[in-house]
Design a binder for this molecule. Structure first.
Ligand SMILES: Cc1cc2nc3c(=O)[nH]c(=O)nc-3n(C[C@H](O)[C@H](O)[C@H](O)COP(=O)(O)OP(=O)(O)OC[C@H]3O[C@@H](n4cnc5c(N)ncnc54)[C@H](O)[C@@H]3O)c2cc1C
Length: 381
């Protein structure tokens, strides 16, 4: 394998995981992040078995599990509280199916795992130029850096992708999401549940430290108001006839603990790399975060990327192998999560009833097989 310095642009989950995984294999990688630090609004995240397994490969599995809550089961309920499906997958490797963790905690663990001096804040990439074998990086503060390879982990709106593949198309998904958390919630038992109803999807998860995390997805075209301005009262009104304890949760969430997002999706790219530049994470394949598979994919691909960079003859060959493998994998995961999203987002009451009946009739092995395909990854990374 040829060695060269790798510059990773973006210190989100994807960039941090790529740095940890590459540095663990002795590869010289540095991260440049535009933010001044990682403070800012916090929320929870649901990661799947494939992400947990990838963390074990990076040597961080135990720490992640110790700082989160794990479960194998997700109960899906109708808006009236009737159980319509039980996603209860048990991996033969005994890796839990879900990990619930606060994003700030996840980022802190990753940041601490990176070699000192290799994470640079306040470095917004504004341009890059290929000069022979070297890529010259230009930052907003006027500074520059050189690297032999560039990894674009700069998120959904990736400036690197826009320069590399100007024809790439990012579109609004038609869904919005609120995420919130409550400390010392007025509920003792918090199993992982998702409620699917005509007014949107509501997920509830446990979190460490007697914290509860919730998320609510809603189709943005199903309502004529601007939902970015919704207050907790608007959310209460929207979910007013959903089963307990959804009302109680919304009533008890401090408004400052709620964040709103409009979700975008990237139309599939024809390539993830060009020469010595590679796109990873949301910059390569931003999609709807169903079954905890947005960040989980980014974490998984960091483990694969480091494997191939350390085993292939050259980093270019590793990028090529990465692209081939990830195309197949991302396609499979996107197909599965799309079906899940379509089923979860049905909003006509009559269609909801039909969907609920069909889900109740489906044998557990049907759900298990779908989950298995998404969460199981090759152990030989
Ligand atoms: C509402 C919502 C809920 C979600 N829930 C889940 C979930 O429960 N489970 C799950 O697995 N996934 C979930 N996801 C998806 C998940 O958040 C993303 O897939 C994941 O965070 C992508 O990480 P990333 O590092 O690729 O991108 P990002 O997290 O966007 O990170 C990109 C980084 O690049 C930096 N950057 C951008 N431009 C530049 C530049 N020019 N120079 C330097 N730095 C730059 C940014 O500041 C940022 O830190 C959710 C997403 C949303 C929107």
């Amino acid at each position: 394998m040829d060695q060269g310095r790798i510059a990773i642009i973006g210190g989100g989950i994807s960039g941090l995981c790529s740095a940890v995984a590459l540095q663990k294999k002795g590869i010289c990688a540095e991260v440049y992040e535009k933010a001044k630090d990682f403070s800012g609004s916090d929320t929870g995240i649901v990661l799947s078995g494939n992400a947990i397994r990838s963390f074990y490969i990076m040597g961080l599995g135990g720490q992640m599990i110790a700082n989160g809550v794990t479960a194998d089961q997700c109960l899906v309920k109708s808006h009236s509280g009737e159980i319509i499906a039980n996603f209860d997958y048990h991996s033969p490797s005994h890796i839990p199916n879900y990990l619930f963790i606060q994003r700030s905690v996840l980022v802190k663990i990753l940041t601490e795992a990176i070699l000192p001096g290799t994470l640079h804040f306040d470095k917004e990439l504004i341009d890059f130029k290929q000069i022979s074998q070297t890529i010259k990086l230009h930052f907003k503060d006027g500074s520059t850096a050189d690297a032999e390879y560039l990894i674009g982990s700069d998120g959904t709106n990736s400036p690197i992708r826009k320069k590399l593949i100007p024809e790439s198309k990012l579109t609004l998904s038609g869904s919005v999401c609120w995420r919130g958390f409550i400390d010392n919630p007025p509920i003792s038992e918090i199993p992982y549940t998702e409620t699917w109803g005509p007014r949107g999807r509501f997920g509830i998860t446990p979190m460490p430290g007697n914290r509860l995390y919730w998320y609510a997805f809603k189709k943005s075209n199903s309502c004529k108001t601007n939902m970015s301005n919704w207050t907790p009262i608007d959310l209460l009104f929207n979910f007013f006839y959903y089963h307990d304890p959804i009302q109680l949760i919304l009533e008890n969430t401090p408004p400052e603990n709620i964040i709103f997002d409009e979700l975008s999706v990237l139309q599939p790219l024809e390539h993830f790399y060009s020469g010595n530049i590679l796109l990873v994470g949301d910059s390569a394949h931003a999609s709807m975060p169903n079954i905890g598979q947005g960040a989980s994919q980014a974490i998984e691909e960091a483990a694969y990327l480091s494997k191939w960079i350390s085993t292939e003859d050259s980093i270019e060959k590793a990028f090529e192998k990465y692209e081939l493998d990830r195309f197949t994998r991302i396609k499979l995961v996107n197909n599965e999560t799309k079906v899940y999203g379509l089923a979860a987002n049905v909003d006509f009451p009559i269609l909801c009833s039909i969907r609920n009946k069909l889900l109740q009739l489906a044998p557990a092995r049907y759900h298990n097989e779908k989950l298995r395909k998404v969460v199981e990854i090759n152990d030989e990374i």
